[in-house]
Design a protein around this ligand. Sequence first.
Ligand SMILES: [Zn+2]
Ligand SMILES: [Zn+2]
Length: 235
Amino acid sequence: MSNSQKSTTGSRPSPTIEDYLAALYVMQRDGENIVAARVAESLEVSAPTVTITLKRMERDGWLSAESKNITLTEAGIQAAQSVIRRHMLTEWMLARMLNVPWSRIHAEAHQIEHTISDEIEAQMRAQLSDPQLCPHGNPLPGYESLSAEWSSLTDVQAGEHIIIRRIHETAEDNAQLLQYLEDNGIIPGAEAIVSEILPFNQTLTLEIKGKKSILGFSAARYIGVDILENIKKTE
Ligand SMILES: [Zn+2]
Ligand SMILES: [Zn+2]
């Protein structure tokens, strides 16, 4: 089968390649440069393995690599969007139908996402009333504009009221961080006050329903928020 037929016939890449495609898609979406070292970090594999796999993906028509500039092809984008949609719908299914704790749905969905057929995906979408964000607040493909206006928690001033909107995909891979966020109520929809920022310590303190918790800047940068004043202005 030629590369150009791939996206229209619905044949799927292997689970490994689907994981690469999803990671590359997120980097491309966020305007990050796609480099082997970043991909290796994101997928927790060695850089030489990444280099070999990226070469194979180029050969198979999922990406193009001109003068070290890696971009997904149209077939690559479509395949990535497909697996990301299946992943996010599975997260909702696990959360809503099976009551799997919020901090565990990402890891569980990651095991299941590759096995879902297009027919089941369509049924899940209908049953779940076509969600536009995953339970972590990340946009389903096609709904990226929803998250465009959100600020990073590291850009918020002390004393400001915020609503937590999003825990970025990069942070979803950190199970310990997700557990901490869940335990402290730092999940999409939660209202919070940024009560203290300590730049010398690289930490900030969030207050949610009277309970204080501390976050490092390295985690806070992956949290997207709405600043409440801005929300009131637009209402
Ligand atoms: Zn996820
Ligand atoms: Zn998610």
